[in-house]
Design a protein. Structure first.
Length: 204
């Protein structure tokens, strides 16, 4: 499989600046144009799967509004949910430490919402939105381990204050579900969903 810059005749655009999502798409042979959304993330949804679906849709629609017909836009959003609380990106070491306190020694959920839009021209799009969930089990961490990790810089731009593909792997007890989803994009399901989407367009 070698899709490179196009998929099913569509020029592919990733509405995200995440290097992790770019790397995951490269694993399945796709090198999209990177065009991150500049929209303010805001949603009235409360359930984590609904939150990520709504935000991924907003990002994709924002970028698609400036794309010509024949463009496929992929938008994504990832959050961590522990108990009834949704954890986004901490931004600061102090906030990262607070998030680590909440997930260490526990099981939490990672949700990634994905929206794919096929631009048809004249602001018309055909697309799909879905959410993928993965359960992640974390070993107990000492205060010193949490402090050291929070200050290493790695967790600041990651939902839930950790990167499973980085140094935090030392504290991962196990997962149930898609590993790529925890990294930031469930590429296996994405591929299957886009295949169905393109087949639906051919049947119209």
């Amino acid at each position: 499989m070698d899709m490179r810059h196009t998929w099913g005749g569509y020029q592919v655009v990733l509405a995200s600046a995440s290097p992790r999502r770019k790397e995951l798409l490269a694993q399945i042979g796709l090198e999209p144009e990177i065009r991150p959304s500049r929209m303010e993330e805001e949603t009235g949804e409360k359930k984590p799967d609904r939150v990520v679906m709504e935000l991924s849709r907003q990002k994709a629609e924002d970028v698609a509004s400036g794309c010509p017909a024949g463009t496929m836009v992929i938008g994504a959003d990832t959050v961590v949910s522990v108990g009834n609380e949704i954890l986004g990106k901490p931004g600061t070491p102090m906030r990262a430490y607070e998030m680590l306190e909440k997930i260490q020694g526990r099981t939490h959920q990672v949700y990634t919402g994905v929206t794919v839009l096929l631009c048809q021209g004249e602001d018309r799009c055909h697309g799909i939105t879905f959410a993928e969930r993965t359960d992640v089990h974390v070993y107990p961490m000492t205060c010193g381990e949490m402090k050291e990790y929070a200050q290493c810089g790695e967790p600041l731009d990651k939902a839930g204050a950790y990167g499973i593909q980085g140094r935090f792997a030392a504290y991962i007890k196990g997962i149930e579900g898609d590993y790529a989803n925890v990294v930031g994009l469930p590429v296996g399901r994405l591929y299957q969903e886009i295949k169905r989407l393109l087949e639906d367009r051919e049947d119209d």
